[in-house]
Design a protein. Sequence first.
Length: 304
Amino acid sequence: MDTRTTAVHVYDRQTLQHYQNRPNNTIDDELRDTLRGFGLLRQPDPQIVAPPEAGSRGTGIAYRPLVRRSKPVLKQVRTWPSGAISALKACFEHTDWQMFREAATYSNNTDLKEYTSSVTSYIGKCIDDVTVSKTITTCPNQKPWMTAEVRALLKAQNSAFKAGDKAALRKIRAKLSRAIRQVKRAHGQSIHSHFRDSGDTRRMWQDIQAITNYRTTPPACNCDASLPDALNNFYARFETQSVVAARKTTPPPDDQVLCLTEADVRKTLRRVNPWKAAGPDNIPARVLRECADLLTDVFTDINI
């Protein structure tokens, strides 16, 4: 989004005298092209301010520079309150996972797609019950030390300024200055403490990015959420032509198939990186790792 702000640039007396001698004080083509090249010229062309009187300080050309800024981005985030994992574990402990298998079984054959879909949907519903979803607004110039307290003081300062209350504005500015100093000091101490722990490399690299003000470039691909579904439908078009649904059947005795034990599944779930993004089932990696013992049986039954 391009916004326009007013600014005044001061030129020396010789330049002002040059424009004063020109008819109608207009800008020539060369200067106009130069200003437009630097993005300092708006339409219509700026007018030249008359030179000051003798003995007074200089003035200049009034123009409105173009300031390019990115639009604020709205993000949907999931927060985990204290005790959310414990509540989720209690929910899984009292769940009869066998009923999902029975509901997807027809004529002694289990529909794997329905079985998996019902289990993952139930897990997602339990996660939604114990977590809180929030919509936050992120700006490209947002400071890493910004807190809710500082935002509240900034809003109070703007309200006092618009109301014209000088006494309240003076007090709020003093509180805002103290709050900014405190959060900056706390943020610096937090970064310093992360460098002491050499085991947490992820936090260390995040702090290095914060110190160097590193900004990742936005992805060039389309952010439409329907793109992954379109790709899946394109590459799976041959499978959709099959009218035979996937069924769980008992393999022949002499057939050697891949077997997964509960110990293998539990070991794999415990090794999941909790910072990784969720897969197509939308189950967070944190849930898979924290609830590995409770989800091992049902996941093993699905994969066997």
